[in-house]
Design a protein around this ligand. Structure first.
Ligand SMILES: Cc1cc2nc3c(=O)[nH]c(=O)nc-3n(C[C@H](O)[C@H](O)[C@H](O)COP(=O)(O)OP(=O)(O)OC[C@H]3O[C@@H](n4cnc5c(N)ncnc54)[C@H](O)[C@@H]3O)c2cc1C
Length: 458
């Protein structure tokens, strides 16, 4: 095949596009795959993630759990075959509450998750219960499902660093984190070994004739190149909507800005072996009387006295010697146009740290003098019900792999595997229809959307 033709052109070398190239070229043997990006691979959203994964997802139905279980199966296969170059662990997600009225909801959530295929529930109601903590690094032979701990002595024994009034813990087990950059580079290298070509440039035009894709024009440093191709995959991350317009297709997606804080935990307030910790109660930020008086002088600061929503979370980052802790708190989710560089609230690190000190009181030692921190992030590109898009578009030969929201690293292998089944016309898994664009044409699905509950966003 000449350099001016391709079997498949993929727009976007973020984790979605790279995983699509890998699943097509390496696992399905498709030749002539070209990956186009105007930026270096994995550099826009895919290197800003907290890099966590979970098979812990709400309904309706078992769709998200089934998709994530498939995606995590693939992550585990990749970890095994690569000698775990991307350091997949299985520390779990630890949901914590100090509100006794929430404890029955933990038990219910664990049982519902079990019914959706996340794995069994284990209740630990006494100090001598056989709760098994997670290992630091390994992911093999670990339990699935969830442990619910309600005995105060048991909670203190295993998690002495949590707030003393913590009354309930839910430890979801098929969850953890890994290096997204290493995963992406591994997939990209394997794909390039199988002939995937990386072209630097911007997809500016998609030519169609007779209702099907014919060619893609890419403008780069050396001018514009036109690639003849029968297939185009839109994996443009936050620009997935804009790129679809080149095909005359409007996608029902929007963007939210999300940031994470990385700070030096010199005091080791968060133990290096901690799981991902999520505080599930709303929080009022702690302030001294002097701080309160000073903040009260400005109406712009009034929000800092109000209750912040549940869900502040964080985890240790890096190997044993690393002092880095990551924190995230999604309290501002206004939809917006994606623009770069992304600008974040300068108060975010302090707000996140104050919030997380509710869960881990030792963090309060930093509140008088904030530690060095770095804020970065990007956009969650989402559909209204927070389920991604993978499948054909209304123009023949055109596909989408996008709207991966805040879970694109964990879902990319499952989503790309699904897309590769469409492109190679293989049998589709049972969850395929839940991620197609045309699900929105189904009146029953639109009714379901009106009554949609939890979107699963943390
Ligand atoms: C703060 C934060 C925390 C997160 N935490 C997690 C987490 O813990 N776990 C998890 O699984 N996910 C997490 N995510 C989400 C995850 O990072 C994203 O879902 C994922 O990176 C999206 O990948 P993508 O390939 O779709 O997009 P991107 O990585 O943005 O890639 C899109 C690519 O398309 C290219 N492109 C766009 N338009 C064009 C064009 N016209 N021509 C050429 N190239 C183009 C861009 O240059 C870019 O490289 C987090 C995200 C954020 C922001």
């Amino acid at each position: 095949m000449s350099n001016r033709a391709a079997e498949v052109v993929i727009c976007g070398a973020g984790i979605a596009g790279v995983a699509a190239a890998y699943h097509l070229a390496v696992r399905r043997g498709v030749g002539g795959v070209v990956l186009v990006d105007e930026r270096p691979p994995l550099s826009l959203t895919s290197d800003k993630s907290t890099e966590c994964y979970r098979n812990w997802w709400p309904g309706p139905g078992d769709t998200m759990v089934a998709l994530m279980n498939r995606s995590i199966d693939l992550l585990e296969e990749l970890a095994r075959e690569s000698g775990n170059v991307f350091r997949l662990n299985r520390r779990g997600y630890l949901f914590a509450t100090a509100d006794p009225t929430r404890v029955p909801a933990f038990v219910r959530a664990a049982e519902e998750a079990a019914a959706r295929g996340a794995g069994p529930t284990r209740l630990h109601q006494t100090a001598s219960s056989d709760y098994r903590p997670a290992p630091l690094e390994d992911f093999e032979a670990q339990p699935t499902g969830a442990d619910v701990l309600t005995d105060p002595m048991l909670i203190r024994k295993h998690f002495p660093y949590l707030a003393a009034n913590t009354v309930g813990l839910l430890h979801a087990r098929r969850c953890g984190w890994f290096s997204g950059q290493q995963l992406g580079m591994y997939l990209l290298e394997r794909a390039r070994d199988k002939g995937v070509r990386l072209v630097e440039g911007r997809v500016e035009r998609i030519e169609t004739a007779g209702g099907r894709v014919r060619a893609v024009s890419v403008s780069g440093r050396h001018g514009t190149e036109t690639l003849a191709t029968p297939r185009f995959v839109n994996a443009a991350g936050p620009f997935v909507g804009q790129v679809s317009r080149l095909l005359g297709v409007e996608l029902p997606v929007f963007c939210e800005r999300h940031a994470k804080v990385a700070f030096h935990d010199a005091l080791r307030a968060m133990p290096r072996g901690a799981p991902m910790i999520i505080w599930t109660d709303p929080v009022r930020l702690p302030w001294t009387d002097d701080e309160r008086a000073e903040l009260a002088t400005s109406p712009d600061h009034r929000y800092l006295f109000e209750e912040f929503p549940a869900g502040v979370h964080g985890r240790p980052e890096g190997g044993g010697d690393s002092p880095i802790v990551l924190l995230i708190w999604t309290y501002d989710v206004e939809p917006m146009e994606p623009t770069f560089p992304v600008v974040f609230d300068p108060a975010y690190p302090e707000i996140a740290l104050r919030g997380m000190s509710r869960a881990i009181p030792a963090l309060a030692a930093y509140l008088g003098r904030l530690p060095r921190s770095v804020v970065d992030g990007g956009y969650y590109t989402k559909t209204q019900e927070n389920r991604f898009l993978a499948g054909p578009l209304p123009v023949e030969g055109a596909y989408v792999l996008g709207a991966l929201s805040g879970y694109g690293l964990m879902a990319s292998n499952g989503a790309a595997d699904l897309l590769a089944d469409y492109i190679t016309e293989r049998p589709l898994p049972p969850y395929a229809s839940a991620f197609r664009l045309d699900r929105y044409d189904d009146p029953e699905y639109r009714d379901l959307l009106d009554a949609w509950g939890d979107s699963g966003q943390l």
